[in-house]
Design a protein around this ligand. Sequence first.
Ligand SMILES: *Cc1c(COP(=O)(O)O)cnc(C)c1O
Length: 401
Amino acid sequence: MTEDTHQGALDDARLETLAVRSGISRTAEGEHAEPIFLTSSYVFASAADAAARFAGTADGNVYSRYTNPTVRSFEQRIAALEGGERAVGTASGMAAILSTCMALLKRGDHVVCSRDVFGTTVNLFARYMAKFGVDVSFVPLLQMDAWRDAVRPDTAMLFVETPSNPLCEVADLAALSSLARENGALLVVDNCFCTPALQTPLALGADIVVHSATKYLDGQGRCVGGAVVGSAAHMDEVLTFLRTCGPTMSAFNAWVFLKGLETLRLRMEVHSRSALELATWLRERPEVERVYYAGLPDHPGHQLACRQQSAFGGVLSFALRGGRQEAWTFIDAVRIMSLTANLGDAKTTIVHPATTTHGRLTPEQREAAGIGENLVRIAVGLEHVDDLRADLQRGFAALAR
Ligand SMILES: *Cc1c(COP(=O)(O)O)cnc(C)c1O
């Protein structure tokens, strides 16, 4: 294997170039595309080599629960895109969050987590981390005073996801990173919605970025996976957890994500452009009460999003005049968009958050989070925007019947 195919030529390369060129280690076959190493284990050159690799005194693969060349390629590429020292691939986005917590938290630590994160992340902290003696406080994403008040001497981690799902609220990552630093805590950012094509939290002071690769990194809805990115010291800890406990990324999935990253920038540009166009159009519709998309100048997070993101992403929500009945009638009338809770796919998806992704919240919690029964979320895909608009027209036509 040649370790650095491009021999330093990528040192100052831009994201588009890194997305295509970083993390490549060609074999003696001279293959142009990245190979898939579907092997569980590796042979050693000699008994002494085996002993050295097991002891960690010699480089080299031992077993694919620890390292795999295809997974390593993916890790190098996502680390390059996020501007991190190193990355670790995981079996899913939740495995990325779990591995980060298990590696970097201990009993008696306290976590401050945004209330507006992915629902399963809330369960991970409230149900499982709590069971092992990690205390967690949930705070509203945008209330910096609440973050400040929640931080205690034993706070070891702040966890945030921005922009939020489904209302596209934008958190101030530089402010949160200052707060974390002042208190000797780590700032962990779930960068699933923006991806490094639109936002690089490490450059704004975050310590660790986690990803559900299942979403935009794949981009075509094929594989489940995740990644953690950060300093070499932190990633050593995360990798040790993975080696020991096993939620490792599969080589095949790593290859799918590697190829997905090659088109990430192009896709995020189209997702963002089409979402902005649809959000602008939806806002003028009489049936629509309010549109939630940070690309709209009157969205409360617009200025901040302009500072810390290069575009506004593919997810938008809108509240229809009416309630659940109107939202369901609208969703049931579309014919191109897929009715599914997933996002980050080439195929546009539409969902009713109050009864699906946020259905487990109590009505009071939903109200506090601002997720009404009349809310519809769209994750805009790569279809032609005019066809998507025509599909939304079907929804409005059904409301008029
Ligand atoms: C989907 C998602 C996750 C979980 O990822 P999986 O790959 O499904 O385990 C975490 N965070 C966010 C923001 C997500 O959208």
